[in-house]
Design a protein around this ligand. Structure first.
Ligand code: FE2
Length: 268
């Protein structure tokens, strides 16, 4: 386990950690902009984030969504007197200790209960106000934080990669696509992603991801109409199985992409 990687980009402090486990390497970033912390990092790195937040105390923190790699240090931060905010739909979930599958506890650590406030459509920094945009799909409560002044957007797990090969069981591909298109209505250049870090050509990359999902949707629907089933389509479009599929007991899998495209069609 390495230390936090601290960088600064256009007035945004980026505090990243990397976990390498079982052949899988994952980065997670917490951002601090104008006194506002965006996400809090996983509890597995609590000591390192404690040191970071002690030397860069935020006025408040907002979580892009409830997952433990984003909310893990929120209970500790709350005890330090920092107000925490999350989408209203996730508030009840945060008030109890999280039930997390074993492999995720190994990767990120657990997340104990805390009491965040429901975020509205705006959140204040020290000197300016950020816009809160609902971007569900990866999770039901997902939000993005838009900084109009700097032309930047903090996207949590909405982006991650332009070519999605694997998603979680509960993700909805159509909602993700709608959310990507929704943020493209805003004027931004830089994307601050919770796993890919600072994406300078963020607008371009968000467009790329939306186009990629559209082409997969088209392909899946074509194959379905030819009479192929979910398993068969999955093997054709994603012939290589990503290791996280096995590690997660299929909580993450390319199969969920195909399933969502077929079963969520018309239900959004
Ligand atoms: Fe997530």
């Amino acid at each position: 386990m390495g230390g936090l990687q601290l960088t600064e980009h256009n007035g945004v402090l980026c505090a990243g950690c990397t976990i390498s486990l079982l052949g899988t390497r994952l980065n997670t970033y917490v951002y601090l902009v104008d006194g506002l912390a965006i996400d809090t990092g996983p509890s597995k790195f609590r000591d390192k984030y404690k040191a970071f937040f002690h030397s860069h105390r935020p006025e408040r923190a907002v979580l892009t969504h409830f997952h433990e790699d984003h909310s893990g240090n929120a209970p500790w931060l709350e005890k330090q007197g920092v107000e925490i905010y999350i989408h209203p739909s996730a508030v009840p979930l945060c008030r109890v200790n999280a039930k997390i599958p074993f492999y995720r506890r190994i990767f990120w650590g657990s997340r104990s209960k805390f009491s965040p406030g429901p975020v509205g459509n705006k959140i204040d920094g020290q000197t300016r106000t950020f816009q809160v945009i609902e971007v569900p799909g990866h999770s039901f409560d997902h939000i993005a934080i838009y900084d109009h002044e700097e032309g930047a957007i903090f996207t949590g797990d909405l982006f991650v990669t332009p070519k999605t090969k694997i998603v979680m069981k509960y993700e909805n591909i159509y909602c993700i696509l709608d959310s990507l298109k929704k943020i493209l209505n805003y004027d931004f250049r830089t994307v601050y992603c919770a796993h890919a870090g600072v994406v300078d050509n963020g607008r371009e990359m968000i467009k790329k991801k939306a186009e990629h999902l559209e082409s997969i949707i088209y392909e899946v629907i074509q194959l379905k109409e030819k009479g192929m089933g979910i398993d068969e389509i999955n093997k054709k479009i994603f012939p290589k199985t990503v290791p996280l599929t096995y590690i997660s007991g299929k909580e993450w899998s390319s199969e969920h992409i195909i399933r969502s495209i077929i079963l969520d069609k018309g239900n959004v």
